[in-house]
Design a protein around this ligand. Sequence first.
Ligand code: ADP
Ligand code: MG
Length: 340
Amino acid sequence: VEARARRAIRELPDELISQIAAGEVVERPASVVRELVDNALDAGARQIQVKLMAGGVRSIVVEDDGCGIPAEQLPLALKRHATSKIASLTDLESVATMGFRGEALAAIASVSEMLLASRAEGAAHAHRIDARSGELQAAARARGTSVEVRELFFSTPARRKFLKTDATELAHCVEAVRRHALARPDVGFAIWHEGKLVDQWRAASSEQRLSDVLGADFITESRAFEHSAGPLAVSGRAGLPEAARSRADMQYVYVNGRYVRDKLIAHAVRSAYEDVLHGQRQPCYVLFIEIDPERVDVNVHPTKIEVRFRDGREVHQRVRHAFVDALASSRSSAAEPAVT
Ligand code: ADP
Ligand code: MG
């Protein structure tokens, strides 16, 4: 093997930096849907529409009725590390928004054709910007924001090759919206594919939303729990052992409203089912953890799907107890009505 000639160190061009960063955040259309819905929720939207073509590969449009972006800030919204959500490290410790890294729009725009249209509160009209050309134009729309993402990965064929069939990508997109919908029953969601309504959830109570998204059977086949002490509150529904499935596809965990995957929490739940669930059966559950933001680090992974707890042991114990309690109450009062 021939030694390679050393090349000079060079700074990467901005566009390439964004494309590399996009690799971490944007894996498939569903990642785009997740980021855009995060932004809509951060903007205070009451109603969010997700419109997809060809499983989201051809186009993804997310429309909201949130606070909007003032015309003069539209170019900034597309810049890397530009955010309205934090201004200092102290802000990061108490961050209550889904976003804070200021990189999603820039990352997505670097691997797609993006159009951003918005009308801010009190603005006389809307404006739209083409991410590629930077061209800003007047547009027509009510208060709120629409983001259109076309031809994802058109410029990065290596990435595009990893996409699955449209049906599979669509399923992932729908799942991304379901995850948001479970945590935000106060917000209405609708998903369209090729002009047809796929799913729609109107603003509802928390219990009703769980039933709408996961099915009425999940409510009858699970028990609610709610425990709060000090800086930590856990609530949700524990699926009964007889409702367990062969796949772990009905397990939803949220920390301060953010959907997460966490080994420690998964282990805590699993251990609560130890005596009642055998073999490879997977419990169904929805778990909401509310914790003092200073006790959890959400800046662990670019997609923010991982968190780190300051006191993991306490979280583990509290989660385990909540599930053990819920499951025990279901055995001692089998005739109890499901909805309480
Ligand atoms: P982040 O969400 O981490 O701040 P993004 O790249 O996702 O970074 O968005 C950049 C900025 O653009 C946000 O901080 C916000 O000010 C603005 N923005 C993006 N989407 C919306 C939206 N749907 N409504 C209002 N403002 C938005
Ligand atoms: Mg964001």
